[in-house]
Design a protein around this ligand. Sequence first.
Ligand code: SF4
Ligand code: FES
Length: 195
Amino acid sequence: MSEILLQIDGRKVKVAKEMTILEAAQSAGIVIPTLCHHEKLEPYGACRICTVETEVRGRKNLVVACLYPVQPDLVVRTRSEKIDKIRKMILELMLAHAPDAADLQELAKEYGADKARFEKESSFCILCGLCVRYCAEVKKKNAIAFVDSGARREISFIPEIASKECWNCKECFPLCPTEALQAAFVLTEALISPP
Ligand code: SF4
Ligand code: FES
């Protein structure tokens, strides 16, 4: 396995050349927040909370760490005024969906995000896709999917599949950063259970 050297937050880090910035940071014990990342799933890049600054030969960029591949002599900054501002805004938009979600509240404290900045959205889902992708990629069941588009995009259990597959699984529940998935399932359960 060939390795490359890069710099993260001023530290020289040697990692496998196939890694993303997120994996490189994690291998060095440097924490980058994530909300749509899961090590068993293909990178997705939906939440943008893992945004970091990169610099290559003097050229600076903002990239999502869970997608961006490492390269030799890459300089990465995981915290800066600009990055913190971006993360704060992302969190405030997400908190409008799920103001009481523990994962979001913890990050809100770290980045000074105000959960009341935006009006409450009707859906609790932040569209991280963890539930949908886990069911498709790991469980290979596709019992849950995105429905609708734009502002109405939401997740939904597919009753015909969920009624057979979900009872003994429910592995997606703890993945949900807004804790809303469980409520969605309970609702579906009520719809598909015999009276
Ligand atoms: S229900 Fe939860 S896990 Fe599924 S996409 Fe929405 S926020 Fe993510
Ligand atoms: S964790 Fe990178 S975009 Fe969500």
